[in-house]
Every structure is written in structure tokens, then in C-alpha cells.
Design a protein around this ligand. Structure first.
Ligand SMILES: Nc1ncnc2c1ncn2[C@@H]1O[C@H](COP(=O)(O)OP(=O)(O)OP(=O)(O)O)[C@@H](O)[C@H]1O
Ligand code: SF4
Ligand SMILES: [Mg+2]
Length: 350
């Protein structure tokens, strides 16, 4: 894609989004600080695309996804949703009642197909529940719609009166997907949708998600820590570190030419079968664990682990990098991005 081709208007545009969780201590639960799970995120999701969201455990991916779907109320910032008629609404501040119609448009597929399905409800009840709760259908009409949706996700409607325990992990994830899609959403936030599944069924669920996207014209935010899966199914990728987006670009561009040292380190762990490929076999091991998100380091949050950090440049309080354009459709938040020759995982021999 070039600069001259304007990107389509985003269906979701997140601006300076923050989600802070109070840290409580002592007998009376006094608030002694805040976990900055999402810390000033700007992110656009374009209609019909699959945008990958990657980063280490605890960096804020789930919290960001849930606040976009407004399962969780953000502390600050905006979640701008563009409706089919072009009307833009900021969901971040809407009250429960005003939010309802928008919650039908943005649905979440949760990670764990075992704990996310109520074991005391049948498939009919689980998948039909959003229809009932929203007063959209009941009785035989509800049953008809559930049967149709089950068929669409590859499950036989004749099992709709069975309970989740009768199904495998892959089948349960199909139920989860059916529940997410039954209200006809435009945007689906898939939070690690295959990571709890056996490797043998992952491809089937990914193919199903891809087919449904095409059939139903869906937009996906695909949360994952598996960079090989992301490379296969995402159009663009956003990389998150300690509550912030540090890089975002088209998938092929990000994988071949990362502009942020954290992305380079993540990519160095992606297995490449051909050792002649640039970056193959070169593993960057990051020092230490993720810093405490209740007490992030000054300056660039990544400076405590970055192999390219310069003291007196990268660690100055109040002078952390912001996400900036570094090339066509390629943004990164690194003070040294223009000086560094970072290595990706090219598909051509070096
Ligand atoms: N309800 C909560 N109360 C307090 N802290 C929370 C809450 N939910 C998440 N956190 C904290 O916010 C940070 C981000 O968590 P989040 O679950 O969004 O990360 P994640 O990137 O999805 O991680 P994973 O890859 O393990 O799913 C973590 O430090 C986590 O402990
Ligand atoms: S700003 Fe400095 S510490 Fe941060 S990623 Fe860039 S080089 Fe590393
Ligand atoms: Mg998560």
C-alpha cells in the first residue's frame, strides 16, 4: 500500500485510551496506586480487516479489547465507532442504556472455550441468550435462528439441547463463535481464540473465522501471542508493550522491516525453517520480566530491556517516544528508530 492510497475510514478509532485499575492494600482496601493496563492508546481498525494485537502476557491486550467492546469502562480517552451510515459515536463515555445497540455491533470471542460456557446451559440457551436478553427473538423463532447459526459455524443443530461437557474444545469454541455472531455484529474481538485448543484443531477454527469474515463482512481485532498465526491471518499488526502501542504496520512490512526494538525481539523468536533467511536463528533474549505496570519506568517504557537504549536519551522522565509515522502506513514509538537497522524475518534469502 502507498501513501497515495488513502486508508478507508476506520470502523473503530481509539484515541488516547487509558484503563487504570486501582491497587488496594491493607484491611480497609486503601488505594495505594494504579495499574496502567492501557496507557494512552491510539489505534484505528479499518472495515473488513483483521488487525492483529500482539505483546507479552500482561501488556494489556485483553483490557484494550474489552474496553473497545465496552465490557469494561475505560478510565479516559475515546472509542469512536463509525456506524454503517457513517455516524461516529464515542462509546467510551456512554451510559449502559445508550450503549446497548452498540454492544450488539461489537462482540467478543473469549479465549477459553471451557470456562466461558456455562455448564448448566444447553447450546440452545447459550447461543440464544443474547437474542432473548435483547428482546430480538423467543420461542420457535429463537430456536430457528440458533439452528441456523450453529449450522453456519459447522455444528449440527440436532445437538442444540445438549450441554457443553458433551463437546470437544474445538466444538465449544464454535459455540463461542456462534454466540458472538448471533446478534449480527460488524466487529469481532477475538481474544486468543485458538491458544487453548489442540494444535490439530487450531487451523480448523482459524479457517472458520476466515470464512465467516468473508461471508458476513466482519472486521476482526485478533489478539494473540502467537506470531506465526498472526502472520498468517492478519492484514496489519499492532504491537503492545506495557499498556502502549509501540508499532503498527501492514503484516508483511512489520515482519520484514520492524521499526521498534521490541518488535525485533518478538520476531526473533518466530521459527524460520530456512536458515538462509534474514533473521533466522538470531534470537534476541530480553533481559528481565515486564516492568510493573503500576510503576512504569521513566522515558521510554522499554528502556530497561532495550538492547539499543542510550542513557540520558531513552530514560528521561516526560520525554518518552510517541507513536509516529516512520514510513507509508508504518508507525513506531522509538526515539532512535531512524538510526537503527533492525532485523525482521524476511521471506527472501538475505
Ligand atoms: N480487573 C483487574 N484488576 C486489576 N488489574 C488487572 C485487572 N485486569 C487486568 N489487570 C492487570 O492489567 C494488566 C494487563 O492485563 P491484561 O489481562 O489486559 O493483559 P494481556 O496482555 O491480555 O495478558 P495475557 O497475554 O496474559 O492475556 C496486567 O498487569 C493485569 O494484571
Ligand atoms: S526509545 Fe530508546 S529504549 Fe525505547 S525502544 Fe527506542 S532505543 Fe529502545
Ligand atoms: Mg489476555
Amino acid at each position: 500500500m502507498t501513501d497515495s492510497v488513502a486508508a478507508p475510514e476506520p470502523v473503530i478509532e481509539v484515541r488516547d485510551l487509558t484503563v487504570h485499575f486501582p491497587v488496594r492494600k491493607g484491611f480497609i482496601g486503601r488505594t495505594v496506586g494504579h495499574v496502567r493496563a492501557v496507557d494512552g492508546v491510539d489505534l484505528a481498525i479499518r472495515p473488513g480487516e483483521t488487525l492483529g494485537l500482539v505483546g507479552e502476557s500482561g501488556c494489556g491486550k485483553t483490557t484494550l479489547g474489552r474496553s473497545i467492546a465496552r465490557i469494561l469502562k475505560p478510565t479516559g480517552g475515546e472509542v469512536r465507532y463509525r456506524g454503517p451510515d457513517g455516524t461516529v459515536t464515542d462509546l467510551a463515555t456512554l451510559g449502559e442504556r445508550a450503549l446497548k445497540p452498540f454492544q450488539r455491533q461489537i462482540r467478543v470471542v473469549f479465549q477459553d472455550p471451557f470456562s466461558s460456557l456455562n455448564p448448566r446451559m444447553t447450546l440452545l440457551q447459550i447461543v440464544g441468550e443474547p437474542l432473548r436478553a435483547n428482546g430480538i427473538a423467543s420461542g420457535s423463532e429463537l430456536e430457528h435462528r440458533v439452528a441456523e447459526m450453529l449450522e453456519r459455524v459447522g455444528l449440527s443443530p440436532k445437538y442444540m439441547n445438549r450441554y457443553p461437557h458433551a463437546f470437544s474444545g474445538g466444538e465449544r469454541q464454535r459455540v463461542n463463535i456462534a454466540r458472538a455472531l448471533i446478534l449480527g455484529p460488524r466487529v469481532v474481538i477475538a481474544d486468543e481464540p485458538v491458544s487453548a485448543l489442540d494444535v490439530s484443531v487450531r487451523a480448523q477454527i482459524l479457517n472458520l473465522l476466515r470464512d465467516l469474515q468473508e461471508e458476513l463482512k466482519l472486521t476482526y481485532l485478533f489478539v494473540s501471542h502467537d506470531l506465526s498465526v498472526v502472520e498468517n491471518i492478519c492484514d496489519r499488526v499492532a504491537v503492545m508493550y506495557l499498556g502502549k502501542i509501540v508499532e503498527v504496520a501492514d503484516t508483511a512490512e512489520l515482519y520484514s522491516s520492524p521499526r521498534h526494538p521490541y518488535t525485533e525481539a518478538l520476531l526473533s523468536a518466530v521459527p524460520r525453517p530456512d536458515p538462509r533467511l534474514r533473521g533466522a536463528g538470531r534470537r534476541i533474549r530480553l533481559a528481565d520480566d515486564l516492568p510493573d505496570p503500576a510503576n512504569p519506568p521513566p522515558g521510554c517504557y522499554f528502556h530497561t530491556r532495550c538492547p539499543y537504549a542510550v542513557p540520558g536519551v531513552c530514560d528521561i522522565d516526560g520525554h518518552g517516544p510517541v507513536l509516529t509515522g516512520t514510513g507509508p502506513q508504518h508507525d513506531a514509538a522509538c526515539l532512535r528508530t531512524s538510526e537503527l537497522d533492525l532485523v525482521g524475518v524476511a521471506s527472501e534469502p538475505a
